[in-house]
Design a protein around this ligand. Structure first.
Ligand SMILES: [Zn+2]
Ligand SMILES: [Zn+2]
Length: 368
């Protein structure tokens, strides 16, 4: 109720207020409703699709049921007005018993060209980096093995390297950290540039060494976090032809991924792109949406000042978990507020530019 403007309150009867509240809740912030509540909403309160089509550039899948996950993602396209969904592989370590990579779902994804695509390396290349950090060995043999695995993934048909990480809090996968300018990250940038595929990077922003934020637990997380922004800039500068997508804008758990930082990095590094993710169940500490569901003015200015540098990457899992709100929905409620020309770029054109023909040819074909 607190989202209703005061003026409206004085002029509406109680029943009208109730209806207005329902409409507001459904259309402005339906994604904040628990799924059990959402299930009780009338049919007219169905989730809100994107007003113009978009590519969901960062999604995940249930690795125990790849067939069901693919079926669920394909079924979601129309409901969301998504033209394509790109699956990412969660960044993982070799220590994690449930570790997997692209191969677990690849054959299913390939049955839906132009609708689904997939990156690779989260379960292998990323794990190799974490292992190298732990052992201190980034020598010729390790590099050779890393390159061979990256090239194998490319031969199999991945359209990018992801989801990689340089600072990842404990969650679906364990706590992980690596310097973004680690020799294997630099090698990955060279491979990405050579093959014209992007790197998708999950990295909490840590401008300076700092203790773990007080709302997080250690263990499982490290008690101290190492500065990573300067090293991230070295990665970006190492090979300017390597496109790096910094994942999860809006899902910032250190509080340092500010408009100012994003702006400075976008200005300084033309090969840097960012994914917008707004999770209704876990607002980042620098969240682009206000309590009224509207884009905050400084974030809107960032999106409109750099319209070529953002994509939609909501981090939605398929099948959509029943006990969690829909990340895609909240992200699309943000997307729908963008000016039409900016929305077109962030929705489809930027993804086509970043990924090249593995995405662009399908988007062109869909238009004709
Ligand atoms: Zn992530
Ligand atoms: Zn992810």
């Amino acid at each position: 109720m607190k989202r209703l403007p005061g003026k409206l309150l004085t002029t509406l009867s109680l029943s009208a207020i109730a209806i207005a509240a329902l409409v507001l809740v459904a259309h402005v912030s339906l994604a904040r409703q628990s799924s059990s509540q959402a299930a009780k909403l009338p049919a007219a309160m169905e989730p809100v699709p994107a007003v113009t089509s978009f590519v969901e550039e960062h999604a995940h899948f249930d690795e125990k049921d790849p067939t069901g996950a693919v079926r669920s993602a394909v079924a979601a396209l129309g409901r969301e007005n998504a033209s394509m969904i790109v699956f990412q592989i969660s960044p993982d370590t070799f220590e994690h018993p449930g570790r997997y990579d692209t191969e677990i779902i690849l054959s299913e994804v390939k049955k839906h060209p132009g609708k689904l695509a997939i990156t690779g390396g989260g379960g292998s290349l990323n794990a190799m980096i974490m292992k190298s950090v732990a052992t201190g060995d980034a020598g010729p043999e390790v590099r050779k093995e890393f390159k061979a695995r990256a090239e194998e993934l490319l031969r199999e048909g991945v359209i990018g390297f992801g989801e990689m990480t340089a600072e990842h809090f404990d969650g679906f996968t364990p706590y992980q950290a690596a310097p973004p300018d680690h020799p294997l990250f630099l090698l990955l940038a060279d491979l990405a540039a050579e093959h014209n595929v992007p790197i998708d990077l999950h990295m909490e922003a840590v401008p300076q060494d700092m203790p773990l934020p007080a709302d997080l637990k250690s263990p499982p997380n490290a008690s101290r976090l190492h500065a990573n922004i300067a090293a991230f800039e070295r990665l970006l500068a190492h090979n300017p032809r390597a496109k790096v997508i910094w994942a999860h804008l809006g899902s910032d758990f250190t509080g340092f991924r500010t408009v100012e930082l994003d702006r400075r990095l976008l200005l300084g590094h033309p090969n840097l792109y960012m994914e917008i993710k707004t999770d209704p169940d876990a607002h980042g500490k620098t969240y682009p949406l206000g309590f009224d569901g509207k884009i905050k003015s400084d974030w809107l200015k960032l999106f409109t000042d750099f319209p070529d540098r953002f994509v939609i990457g909501s981090d939605q899992h398929y099948p959509e978990p029943k006990d969690a709100d829909k990340r895609w929905q909240e992200t699309i409620l943000l997307f729908n507020q963008l000016p039409a020309d900016v929305r077109k770029k962030i929705g489809t054109e930027n993804v086509a530019a970043i990924y090249g023909n593995s995405v662009a040819s399908f988007l062109r074909a869909a238009k004709n």
